[in-house]
Design a protein around this ligand. Structure first.
Ligand code: SF4
Length: 452
């Protein structure tokens, strides 16, 4: 069980035949972005239909749901936080909305709207977005208003009887990608959902872009200006699936680059027998280390194919038990070996500590831990499930102290400079808040309700 979890994934499709089964299958390929809730909304041209469930996509949707969700247009959502999409009857007509991201000033904005006479059912962020949109004269004006008022991130989808409106905040924190095949047009948080539906990748939605998707294809309705971008660097390091391509950069390639950077640091200084990943998040990084160092790449953990339901366990104890079942040590590969163990990040340190202990118990002579990103110093504000400062081991211990705590023979993190270099982007194109605490927002981009 990983200590960081993404909050959400979104998928929208127009097709010239019923769309619900495609959305259902596509959501399965976004399941890693949220496992607590899932939902689908469709439009049959007259009304918006919606079904949502607690749990994973595969077992929860029924034949009855498929019969209810008729129509050629639809959006879907997987979430760690709440049920989406949600619907609203408004002066703009009926619509359904879902999003990936996080709005850090949502409490403040909700209270302000309540003072102005608005009522909320759940006080949720998606509800807030729907109310802001419904105040305006068009969906485009509503999205522009959101972009001005919120401190945070959004990649959102709005389903109307006329089409799907897809929008990305003007800094582009969270990914959003367009695809098409014959008469089908789609938008997704990650390219893997499109690729696995045999939909060809068209392009990323640009930061600040609002796109209409319907039977005519894609139409840019607006491009909100921004002086910079803030692509989430963590998407490439951990969040996104390794088979996705985000903003032109393959996740696999990015992870290989990060691993190669770590191998360069060790070059000529470390004598080991094998390189191994912590599955699954460390696989791409370990491959990169192996390619650069030419050391043999070996699996030292076996993934239990029946143990992947750990996300739905209700308690921490149950999750940890399930995580134990999910990964077991390959004793023969480990015994007597000096190992470089690669992973993407360390949050609290408890998981990597267990891994090191298990390897040593299985006879590993040495375990040298290599981490693809620098120590996490600030909890994410813009989309990943929030951890407190207290939970981040990097805020409490030096690298040497962490190394001792996890029981490793050595510990090296990539530097921030290396991380940026591995992504092949400029520093001011990325969100690096987790590490440097610098908010990519310019204050003037925020305009709170009470200032109006
Ligand atoms: S704070 Fe970290 S995880 Fe959150 S968007 Fe920025 S880089 Fe990504």
């Amino acid at each position: 069980m990983k200590e960081i979890e993404e909050n959400c994934g979104v998928l929208g499709i127009y097709s010239d035949n019923p769309v619900v089964k495609k959305i259902h299958l596509g959501l399965h390929f976004l399941q890693h972005r949220g496992q607590q809730y899932c939902g689908i909304a469709t439009s049959n041209g007259k009304e918006i239909l919606i079904q949502s469930h607690k749990g994973l996509v595969d077992p929860t949707f029924t034949r009855e749901d498929f019969e209810i969700l008729e129509g050629k247009l639809g959006i879907g959502h997987v979430s760690l936080r709440d049920r989406q999409p949600m619907t609203l009857h408004s002066k703009l007509g009926d619509f359904a909305i879902c999003f990936n991201g996080n709005i850090t000033n949502s409490d403040e904005l909700i209270e302000n709207l309540k003072k102005r006479g608005y009522s909320f059912w759940l006080n949720s962020q998606v509800e807030l977005l729907s109310k802001i949109i419904a105040q305006e004269d068009s969906f485009v004006d509503g999205i522009k208003e959101i972009n001005k008022k919120i401190d945070g991130s959004f990649s959102l989808l709005i389903l109307t009887p006329e089409g799907i409106i897809a929008a990305r905040d003007c800094l582009g924190f969270k990914p959003l990608i367009l695809g098409k095949k014959d008469n089908s047009y789609a938008v997704s948080s990650e390219s893997r959902a499109l690729q696995n539906l045999d939909i060809e990748i068209e392009r990323d939605v640009k930061p600040g872009e609002i796109v209409l998707i319907n039977e005519k294809g894609f139409k840019t309705l607006e491009l909100m200006p921004s002086k910079r971008t803030a692509f989430c660097a963590f998407e490439w390091a951990y969040t996104a699936s390794v088979d996705s391509v985000i903003d032109g950069l393959s996740v696999d390639k990015a992870r290989n680059n990060m691993g190669a950077m770590l191998a360069k640091i060790d070059k000529g200084k470390l004598e080991v027998d094998i390189v191994a990943p912590v599955p699954n998040s460390g696989i791409g990084h370990a491959e990169g280390y192996h390619l650069e160092s030419r050391l043999p790449l070996k699996n030292v953990f076996l993934i239990d194919r029946y143990g992947d339901r750990s996300y739905t366990q209700a308690t921490q104890e149950a999750r940890e038990n399930m995580a134990k079942r999910k990964l077991s040590v390959l004793n023969e590969a480990v015994n007597g070996k000096r190992i470089v163990l690669c992973d993407d990040s360390i949050v609290r340190g408890t998981q990597i500590k267990k891994k090191v202990k298990e390897l040593k118990k299985a006879g590993a002579k040495e375990v040298h831990v290599r981490i693809a990103v620098p120590p996490l110093m600030h909890p994410c504000k813009y989309g990943i499930s929030t951890r407190s400062y207290d939970e981040l081991i990097g805020t409490k211990m030096s690298v040497d102290e962490i190394c001792e705590y996890i029981g490793a023979d050595s510990l090296i993190y990539n530097s921030l400079e290396n991380l940026v270099k591995a992504l092949g982007k400029k520093e001011n194109e990325l969100c690096l808040y987790c590490w440097n605490g610098k908010k990519p927002f310019e204050e003037k981009q925020r305009k709170l309700v009470e200032t109006e």
